[in-house]
Design a protein around this ligand. Structure first.
Ligand SMILES: NC(=O)c1ccc[n+]([C@@H]2O[C@H](COP(=O)([O-])OP(=O)(O)OC[C@H]3O[C@@H](n4cnc5c(N)ncnc54)[C@H](OP(=O)(O)O)[C@@H]3O)[C@@H](O)[C@H]2O)c1
Length: 311
């Protein structure tokens, strides 16, 4: 069995590589070898390699920049997955694609007015260009009728690449006072855990004697996220607390102040409520969702403590 993995230099792709290598032969070309903004090259790559499975964590993920780089975001988040789905369909291969909480408008509430987690069946209504392109990518895949899993997740972090965890660690080492948004609610997800969950799902595909039946039973869109709920300021507090316990700040922790989104304007509008209901994926694949704090602890265990110098 052969897997084509995109985006292996990114947070999730990097974490997926070792998981997928346990299951099959993986070809993971970097951008220099396979540029997703070049559809002809992408098509040729799939036709030549003839994968049994394409795993696509690659994406245009610069949420604010997407507001001005609309065409490039569309090419990578819509045209490239559409091309993967078409070619996968011709080969009878499967496609695993990742999408985002930003396909929703973040306004879902229960009768009491409290935020409610989104179901896969809820109406989408993206509020920024990135979310619009990710939704259009989902729809383009579904339109081809190829064997696919679309896994929507939220707030991805790791010790690799660009993300909120690494930004907070850097700022906490440099500053005495941090102001972080506290009115956007969601769930942080470690790339390592997302990759492990993907590996667990795919292990059942690789074990089955009837892949056609597996895809018929399992294809579709799922929400994949750890349990619990938080906001960015609480998430920052948890990061700084763990780093402090590990002595990886090298100084006293900065004071944290929660602020409203209106005090931190960004080019792209963000949803207030990013919570994803994961009941469907838990039931379908017998997955256990750890809470987000457990995943954060596990991820940060890999951080090296700063060297201690006697004064
Ligand atoms: N990050 C989040 O908070 C978040 C939240 C919800 C959903 N998601 C979704 O989760 C998935 C993984 O996200 P992530 O955080 O792992 O992304 P990431 O760290 O930003 O990585 C993106 C990957 O895509 C590759 N890529 C971008 N443009 C490319 C191109 N033209 N040709 C080839 N490769 C290209 C990048 O390669 P280079 O290294 O060469 O740039 C990188 O490997 C994405 O589908 C994203 O939409 C992410």
């Amino acid at each position: 069995m052969k897997i084509l993995l995109t985006g292996s230099s990114g947070q999730l792709g990097n974490a997926l590589l070792p998981q997928l290598s346990k299951l099959a032969t993986v070809y993971a070309p970097l951008r220099q070898e396979l540029d997703l903004a070049n559809p002809a090259q992408l098509r040729r790559c799939i036709q030549d390699f003839k994968p049994d499975l394409i795993i696509n964590p690659a994406a245009y993920t610069a949420v604010d920049l997407a507001e001005t780089e609309k065409e490039l975001a569309h090419t990578i988040n819509v045209d490239a997955p559409a091309c993967m789905a078409e070619e996968a369909h011709k080969l009878g291969a499967g496609l695993v694609h990742y999408s985002t909480d930003y396909v929703f408008d973040g306004e879902k509430r229960d009768a009491q007015g409290d935020w409610q987690a989104y179901l896969e069946s809820d109406a989408t209504n993206p509020q920024n260009v990135y979310g619009q392109t990710k939704l259009a990518g989902e729809l383009a895949i579904a339109a081809t009728a190829c064997r696919h899993l679309i896994l929507r997740t939220s707030w991805v972090y790791s010790l690799h690449g660009k993300n909120f965890l690494l930004t907070m660690l850097k700022l906490a080492r440099e500053r005495e006072h941090l102001r972080v948004v506290n009115d956007q609610w969601g769930v942080p997800n470690s790339a390592a855990w997302l990759a492990q969950a993907t590996g667990d799902i795919l292990a059942s595909l690789f074990k089955t004697e009837d892949p056609t039946d597996w895809w018929q039973s399992n294809a579709g869109t799922y929400h994949l996220s750890a349990g619990g709920k938080t906001n960015w300021c609480e998430f920052a507090a948890a990061i700084i607390a763990i780093a402090g316990q590990q002595n990886s700040l090298g100084k006293t922790a900065p004071a944290l102040q929660g602020i409203a989104s209106s005090e931190y304007p960004t080019a792209a509008r963000r949803p207030k409520n990013s919570m994803l209901n994961t009941q469907k994926i838990q039931t379908q694949f017998q997955l256990h969702m750890p809470d987000w704090q457990t995943c954060l602890q596990q991820c940060m265990q890999e951080l090296q403590p700063l060297p201690h110098f006697e004064s």
